[in-house]
Ligand binder design. Sequence first.
Ligand code: HEM
Length: 237
Amino acid sequence: MDIKREQIFVWSRNIRLFHWINVIAITLLICIGLIILNAKLFGVSTDGKILLKTLHVSVGYVFAVNLLFRIIIGFIGKAHERWSKVLPFNKGFSQELVEFKEQKKSAYKGHNPAGKLMVLALLFLMLVQMVSGLVIAGTDIYYPPFGGYFAESIAIDKQNIEAIKPYSKVNVDETAYKAMRDIRKPFITAHVYAFYCFLFLIPLHIIGVIVAERREKTALVSAMITGYKYLPKDDPK
Ligand code: HEM
């Protein structure tokens, strides 16, 4: 039976822009990250590694600014930009989940409950990547926001911080350098494990979208481009 549908605006320009910048940035970060992770296998030189890390961190800044923009929008934005609409912390969420499992609702204006759980998991991983990435960028190639602090902490001559360069021992106090590497360790571990989680969750997110589209038929994918979903006319929103 053909269900009558109406076009309803859901995803604002802010959300759509965030989403696609995020997709492009994460794809690039994963590709460059994979090369860094397998640098030995690819026979990458030291200069090559520095270049890859610089590239990775440059894309990382775009990713981080975009993510911070999304976090702010979640607090000050309107309608489906707000965290209350996209995270699974709303009142009655567990009931929503039960009804979702029983397939009581034929479509959702925003995310369905499984989608909300996925947003939470992805958001958490993105935050881990942003924080750990910014710290290791500081300890590795001495890039902002923490690079200046770390370079100063390992410099023998504090008046000559500019002499501290990636992969160079010039003006580096060995003991302070070791201490900095110890600080770095848990952050690089978090960065790598979160990366593996991404490799698992991103395909799951895409499968979730396909399954939801087959179930709800609201034009989920084009909604992230145009902002409009097609919802059953007589359904409660
Ligand atoms: C979704 C986002 C991200 C993903 C999937 C990702 C993934 C990766 C991977 C797989 C590596 C290789 C790890 C290794 O060699 O041990 C890496 C390294 C690195 N990432 Fe990211 N990253 C992300 C975001 C960021 C951000 C936002 C920054 C900073 C602005 C950043 C900075 C770095 C740095 C400095 C390294 C080099 C670490 C090393 O010395 O090996 N990353 N990243």
